[in-house]
Design a protein around this ligand. Structure first.
Ligand code: XLS
Ligand code: NI
Ligand code: NI
Length: 436
């Protein structure tokens, strides 16, 4: 039985095609820089948006039914798993990401919930074996249920902390059972609405305690993958503790978690923090924390996480430039943490959205490869800092100077020469390379 009988397997038809449900740029097996595109991009489906979200917003109910023709929640969860694999196979997506609560509905007790997770994950494992599709990362939903209204690890209640810990334990077990390469902590409600009621120091320390327990437990049961922090500055809380990559990295280092954790950078979270997507990837890469990506895009005129499918080729090209410069993904990949607009309320729209997102990142990859092969961008940056390779610059870098020796140098040197940053030249240069 098919859930999407009107959608065929999406073919690669190339640029001349006028077929909207075909890839124009994503040719999975084509080589870019000597590696198939599918291995560069490691596309993943987000279970929550794709299989669960029905288009509800603050003003209205869902616009697309995702019960998969079942009334019983567990039957619906099992049907959802079949539908997920049909969708991924038709799109040629090799990975998926999930929260515990995406795959099975919460029961009356924690024990019942866990038993439900066992049933659905058995089925997911079977489907994985039959198709070769894998888990990119798993995570625990520590924000949806009312018990988490004050946060999870950062809750004022130790009972809530304990419940969150139990949920993380089970979600790690599921991730290991399904062979997932990563485990994500997105802050959820780890932050505050007002400092008037908040013990900042205790909340931060407790988050580190949960991360440490998670790391130790995961390693003890054979998890070989990476943990990822997914920074976000606000929403749902007014202030989220994992504000941006720099903040999260410094937190990890402070608590000795730097060997096991990397960043999962989401484009829309970057812009909410007042950064570009490329900035967050650059920080993660240069600090040695490059991990995985939640591929989406926000609307610059809206101040929240709209989670739109990425269609901005410039953004994708700059992101892929960082990915290639980092040496590519290892256990990470490009997870489409994205949903169709509420009025794009058909399954055809959903497939169309994935085709758009995958083609956008395929274009981004091809353009990033061209920029690297051209070499002028790299050469410009190398030349711009040439002064630090000889003379006083080399001495500064080698740690051979102090304020007194630099003062002596400055007194001798006469006029300082300035160099142009040539931003407009570079912006034009990348256009000429990308669209040649
Ligand atoms: C929410 C986050 C979330 C994480 C997974 O803004 O992007 O979807 O990716 O918990
Ligand atoms: Ni995300
Ligand atoms: Ni998000």
């Amino acid at each position: 039985m098919q859930y999407f009988p009107n959608i065929p397997k999406i073919p690669y038809e190339g640029k001349p095609s006028k077929n909207p449900l075909a890839f124009h740029f994503y040719d999975a097996d084509a080589l870019v820089c000597g590696k198939p595109m599918r291995e560069h991009l490691r596309f993943a489906m987000s279970y929550w948006h794709t299989m669960c979200a029905e288009g509800t917003d603050m003003f209205g109910v869902g616009t697309l039914d995702k019960t998969y023709r079942q009334t019983d929640p567990m039957q619906s969860a099992l049907a959802k798993a079949d539908a997920a694999f049909e969708l991924m196979q038709k799109l040629g997506i090799d990975f998926y990401c999930f929260h515990d609560r995406d795959i099975a509905p919460e029961g009356a007790t924690l024990a019942e919930t866990n038993a439900r997770l066992d049933i659905v994950s058995d089925k997911l494992l079977e489907l994985q074996k039959a198709t070769g599709i894998k888990v990119l990362w798993g995570t625990a939903n520590l924000f949806g249920h009312p018990r988490y209204q004050n946060g999870a690890a950062s809750s004022c209640s130790p009972e809530v902390f304990a419940f969150a810990a139990a949920q993380v334990k089970k979600a790690i077990e599921l991730t290991v059972k399904l062979g997932g390469g990563g485990f994500v902590f997105w802050g959820g409600r780890e932050g505050y609405e007002t400092l008037l009621n908040t013990n900042y120091a205790l909340e931060q320390a407790n988050i580190a305690r949960l991360f440490t327990m998670a790391r130790d437990y995961a390693r003890s049961i054979g998890f070989k993958g990476l943990f990822y922090i997914e920074p976000k500055p606000k929403e749902p809380m007014k202030h989220q503790y994992d504000y941006d990559a720099a903040t999260a990295i410094s937190f990890l280092r402070k608590h000795g978690l730097q060997d096991d954790f990397r960043m999962n950078i989401e484009a829309n979270h970057a812009t909410l923090a007042g950064h570009t997507f490329q900035h967050e990837l650059r920080v993660a890469r240069e600090e040695g924390f490059f991990g995985s990506i939640d591929a989406n895009i926000g609307d610059p005129l809206l101040g929240w996480d709209t989670d739109q499918f990425p269609t901005n080729v410039y953004d994708a090209a700059m992101a892929m430039l960082e990915v290639l410069s980092a040496g590519g993904f290892t256990t990470g990949g490009l997870n489409f943490d994205a949903k169709t607009r509420r009025a794009s309320n058909t399954f055809e729209d959903l497939f169309q959205a994935y085709v758009a997102g995958m083609d956008t990142f395929a274009l981004g990859l091809r353009m990033a490869a061209k920029l690297l092969a051209d070499g002028r961008l790299d050469a410009f940056v190398t030349e711009r800092y040439a002064g630090y390779r000889t003379g006083i610059g080399a001495d500064i870098v080698a740690g051979k100077t102090d304020l007194a020796s630099l003062e002596a140098f400055a007194l001798r040197m006469g006029d300082v020469s300035t160099t142009s940053g040539r931003q407009e030249y570079l912006e034009h240069l990348i256009n000429t390379i990308m669209f040649e």
